[in-house]
Design a protein around this ligand. Structure first.
Ligand code: BEZ
Length: 282
């Protein structure tokens, strides 16, 4: 959901997200079941986007408090409009870059939260190797003793066909490979990397799992693969001007027709790999 790591530009609008990625908040039943929100829970949602899942959690934690944080001002203002504090008194949203919470929202790192949650956000937030460990230190510091960090993100091999094809397209269109790699906005770790990092920060790791989950994109009328590439690949596509960008996207979609288009109904599918974890603060 929430990138800002390579540039400060806000690539997100709720409208674009809900057109090309409307399936994302719908595929969350497993991580939500791991969160197991209790009526009095306090929950911090990292990279909440425009908030539908945060609001779902707040409905379960009715007597508690739920705060959603996201780096995108556009997504947070949609969340605040859709889930007004007057109608959802236990729910609040704030703009904060979750790669540096100790600077942007130090008050939330107060050791008081029952749960820290994140869905489909950490692969953007962990993009910069230099701040990766700090992101988990922040989650650790936010939690009360016995509290749980519960999250889902892209894991090793996630969307590999699309990522590789966008990289190849940019190289073919004249951008050096090391420049393209430097603009790659994602980090998709293995279970081993994740378990080691969480343990190193001090968590007791209860679960780290990887699931291959081919995912059907929206239909061509609502964006399809073209819309997905433009929305999620925005930071990579910025390496070329708008004219070349249209060519690059067309090339990517044509190449991926071989592996992502289903013959029977013309639907587009991408190889999502989910990494889910549950880790407790001792
Ligand atoms: C994901 O949720 O795994 C994801 C979404 C967009 C781009 C890359 C990964």
């Amino acid at each position: 959901m929430p990138p800002t790591q390579t540039t400060n530009k806000d690539h997100w609008t709720s409208k674009a997200y809900n057109t090309s990625a409307s399936f994302v908040p719908k595929l969350t039943s497993t991580v939500v079941s791991y969160l197991d929100a209790q009526p009095t829970d306090t929950v911090l949602d990292i990279g909440c986007g425009d908030g539908p899942l945060t609001a779902q959690i707040a409905a379960a934690a009715q007597l508690g408090r739920v705060v959603g944080l996201d780096a995108s001002p556009s997504m947070i203002s949609s969340a605040q409009a859709d889930y007004a504090h007057s109608k959802h008194p236990n729910l609040a949203f704030r703009v904060a870059d979750c790669t540096k919470l100790s600077k942007e929202a130090p008050d939330v790192l107060n050791g008081s939260w029952d749960k820290v949650f994140s869905n489909a956000a950490y692969h953007w937030i962990l993009r910069n190797p230099e701040t990766r460990r700090d992101v988990f230190v922040d989650a650790f510091n936010a939690l009360k003793p016995g509290g749980a960090l519960v999250f889902e993100m892209g894991g090793a091999g996630n969307v590999a066909e699309v990522r590789s094809t966008i990289i190849a397209a940019l190289v073919i269109h004249g951008i050096p490979l090391d420049e393209v790699r430097a603009a790659d906005p994602w980090f998709f770790p293995s279970e081993k990397w994740m378990a080691t990092t969480l343990e190193d920060v001090g968590f007791n790791v209860e679960k780290v799992e990887l699931e291959y989950r081919p995912t059907k994109l929206t239909g061509d009328d609502e964006g399809g693969l073209d819309g997905w590439v433009r929305l999620f690949g925005a930071q990579l596509l910025e390496k070329v001007n708008e004219l070349k960008r249209a060519e690059v996207v067309k090339w990517v979609v044509e190449v991926l027709r071989s592996s992502c288009r289903r013959e029977e109904d013309g639907s587009w599918w991408i190889g999502y790999v989910r990494l889910r974890a549950v880790a407790k603060k001792p």
